[in-house]
Design a protein. Structure first.
Lengths: 396, 339
């Protein structure tokens, strides 16, 4: 017995002196996972709950839009480009159509420009409302989603009344916008106007949205648990954000007050008065807060635009078969998620020779391995959600 | 020799406990669907059963049972299959000592509170088994989180109960209710008050927080955390076994509320209701108190997000445990010196 005991003691001493073999666990998050917004896959290696490294794997949703563009006419392309980032379809249509207009030298009438501005801002509200409502869901709070989606419904109704589509309006034409139904007598009349009473409805809806953001303040913004989960989590300093090519609210939350609507705009943004919202912290809470404030700014832009919108035609004269001269152009705009650009190379003819899409979410996502290093698994969800990407926008 | 009456008595009590548990769990599920729906601008279940969707929990249960009973290829089949039984059995066992009226109690144990705390922490064993045996990394993390949560929150739970036991001078749950029903003299007035109003407010709040953590409900539902761990330890479960976990969760919610109501809110007793009437309306009084507490949990669920595991541990070890220890001191001081 004593020999057994000594053997046991010896073994235990040996076991203590030997370093235990430990290794990180590889955790495959996605492509089927509730908080990867579709089909993002993260190969994370975790030490307990602590993440030691993350490798995003993208491309599960690659639809080949850049290649498809080479076999489609410019007019056909608008149906595709508003499916890149489906939460803000119209906002990604506009830079593309402006790029084509720059190549062809056709300019849209002023009224069409203003309507583009209003619709872009409506889609910005819609996109940000989806974010501010679904972000608490990532943290486990269910209710804000239902409250906010009710308000987004008002915006979608407006978009539907104007364009006929709720998500994919396909509303831009080279030289203006599609003549909306309901204003004139027949479908063929180019002089048809926006639906009667639309501007008044929009004003009412915007006032409602402003009220809804106040509700958000009481339910989400001031919520202690939301603050506990998001303040100081996933901090991205301004220089890192620029280094990784972040744009939009993600960049502005890091203290860089850069907004293409102030710097490089193709719509009459200089005639409306708005602030570029930015925050200093660069954490998840600031990214949420910036988007919530941008809803307010956008609603105010729309309210001003309703007052300023001039009368006039909706569409300039453009040839039915659009032949684009040889040339190349890069046009970018402030999408709800950030900088969204199109680089078109035309060799002449009806189709682009090459189309490069600078999609926002792709660049915004690229910081994930850096920002997730050393975070906890629950923080992974909070950080990923706060970057507000759409997988269709990542993969194109 | 054991008489025939003994067996009739045992069978009746088993049936009573089982029926009470399943019925109340179903009602709790329905309440969750409806209360959360109305807090979220929704109608909730509407068609099942013809009116107000009252049959929705039953319909859900039938749907779950129809599914294939999957056991993952890499799973430890025996442990995987037995885990839900442990969870449900431990939850059923807590109903044994809950007094619904002076007579309506399956077994009035002298160590009722002790038994209750011991048996209710068994559910975590089932959860750990489920997490380990599923052969799934999400399940494993969920199970481990549940284990860590149990260790952190069993302590404040027990410590607050100790304060109640000190004040009541008994561990029998019926005794605790009677201690609350006993009148005390305040300024010449002879009134009886529940422990909540007799200096146990701090204890009650800590007990509620700890029991919500023990039940893994929002804001402490990290073991399930569907946005992080898909469904935590439940990820691989389907069919009847999932239903058992589901039912067990709501049954545990009811039993925890019943314990809280008994320890702090006077259980089946209510002021100004005579002793003779309590036998009949006592169960209704207790159920009303349970309903109030369950509603509070649903309310929390629809307003709050989830905390993080380290924040939860932080709260338990740095705040709840010291405060509940101080609570025992204060209660004991008043018990010994003042009353």
């Amino acid at each position: 017995m004593s020999a057994d005991y000594e053997a046991l003691m010896h073994r235990s001493e040996v076991a203590v002196s030997v370093e235990l073999q430990t290794q990180d666990m590889t955790l495959n998050i996605g492509p089927q996972h509730p908080s990867t917004h579709g089909v993002l896959r993260l190969v994370a290696s975790v030490d307990g709950e602590r993440i030691s490294s993350v490798e995003p794997v993208i491309g599960y949703m690659h639809r080949g839009y850049e290649k498809l563009a080479e076999v489609r006419t410019y007019a056909q392309m608008t149906a595709l480009v508003n499916r890149i980032d489906w939460v803000s379809g119209f906002a990604s249509e506009v830079p593309f159509i402006i790029a084509v207009e720059k190549l062809t030298g056709i300019e849209a009438p002023e009224r069409a420009q203003w309507i583009r501005l209003i619709l872009t801002e409506l889609f910005r509200i819609s996109s940000h409302v989806v974010f501010t409502s679904s972000y608490p869901l990532e943290l486990g709070g269910v209710t804000p989603l239902f409250h906010a989606l009710r308000e987004r419904e008002r915006v979608l109704e407006l978009i539907e009344a104007m364009t006929g589509g709720r998500f994919h309006p396909n509303f831009n034409r080279v030289g203006g916008i599609k003549p909306a139904a309901g204003g004139g007598k027949t479908q063929k009349q180019v002089s048809m106007d926006i639906p009667a009473g639309w501007l008044e409805d929009t004003r009412a809806a915007m006032e409602r949205i402003l009220g809804a953001t106040d509700d958000s303040d009481t339910l989400v913004t001031g919520n202690e648990l939301i603050k506990a989960r998001t303040t100081g989590v996933g901090v991205i300093p301004g220089d890192k954000a620029i280094e990784y090519g972040l744009s939009g609210p993600n960049l502005r939350a890091s203290g860089v007050a850069y907004d293409l609507r102030k710097h490089e705009f193709h719509l009459p943004y200089d005639q409306v008065d708005f602030n570029v919202v930015s925050a200093e912290g660069g954490d998840c809470y600031d990214r949420y807060w910036v988007r919530l404030q941008e809803i307010r700014e956008s609603a105010n832009i729309v309210l001003q635009a309703i007052e300023k919108i001039p009368a006039g035609p909706l569409r300039a004269k453009a040839p039915r078969v659009l032949k684009v001269p040889k040339g190349q152009v890069y046009v970018r705009g402030e999408n709800p998620k950030g900088e969204f650009g199109y680089y078109i190379i035309s060799e002449g003819g009806q189709k682009p020779y090459r189309l490069k899409i600078r999609s926002t979410s792709f660049s915004n996502l690229s910081i994930l391995p850096w920002v997730l290093k050393g975070a906890l698994v629950p923080d992974l969800v909070a950080i990923m959600g706060s970057l507000d990407f759409v997988l269709g926008d990542v993969d194109r | 020799m054991i008489s025939g009456y003994f067996w009739i008595d045992v069978i009746l009590k088993v049936v009573f406990v089982l029926v009470a548990m399943i019925l109340m769990a179903l009602v709790a599920i329905y309440a969750e669907l409806k209360v959360m729906a109305h807090m979220q601008n929704r109608i909730g279940p509407y068609y099942a059963g013809g009116r107000w969707g009252w049959a929705q929990p039953l319909a859900d249960a039938v749907k779950f049972i129809q599914k294939e009973d999957l056991v993952p290829a890499g799973a430890d089949a025996v442990i995987f299959k037995s885990a839900p039984y442990i969870v449900v059995a431990a939850t059923v066992a807590t109903y044994v000592v809950i007094p619904f009226s002076p007579n309506l109690i399956a077994r009035d144990l002298d160590l009722g509170v002790f038994y209750l705390l011991a048996i209710s922490s068994l559910t975590t064993l089932g959860v750990l088994m489920a997490g380990w045996a599923s052969a799934n990394k999400y399940s494993l993390m969920g199970g481990l989180r549940a284990g860590a949560q149990l260790i952190a929150y069993e302590l404040p739970l027990v410590l607050t109960v100790v304060a109640v036991v000190v004040q009541a001078g008994t561990m029998s749950l019926v005794g605790i209710v009677e201690a609350q029903a006993a009148p005390i003299e305040i300024g010449g007035l002879s009134i009886s008050l529940p422990f909540l109003l007799k200096g146990q407010i701090v204890g009650f709040i800590i007990f509620l927080v700890a029991s919500i953590a023990e039940l893994s409900r929002i804001p402490f539902d990290m073991p399930i955390a569907e946005s992080e761990l898909t469904m935590g330890y439940l990820t691989e479960y389907s069919s009847l076994r999932f239903t058992m976990f589901f039912l067990g969760e709501y049954a545990a919610m009811i039993s925890m509320s019943a314990v809280a109501a008994t320890l702090f809110l006077g259980g089946y007793w209510f002021p100004f209701v005579p002793e003779s009437a309590l036998i009949y309306i006592g169960p209704l009084i207790l159920i009303a108190k349970i309903a109030g507490l369950v509603f509070l949990m649903l309310w929390l669920r629809s307003t709050w997000p989830r905390l993080r595991e380290d924040q939860l541990q932080d709260m338990a070890w740095r705040w709840l445990i010291p405060v509940s220890l101080a609570n025992i001191l204060v209660v004991a001081f008043f018990k010994v010196v003042v009353f």
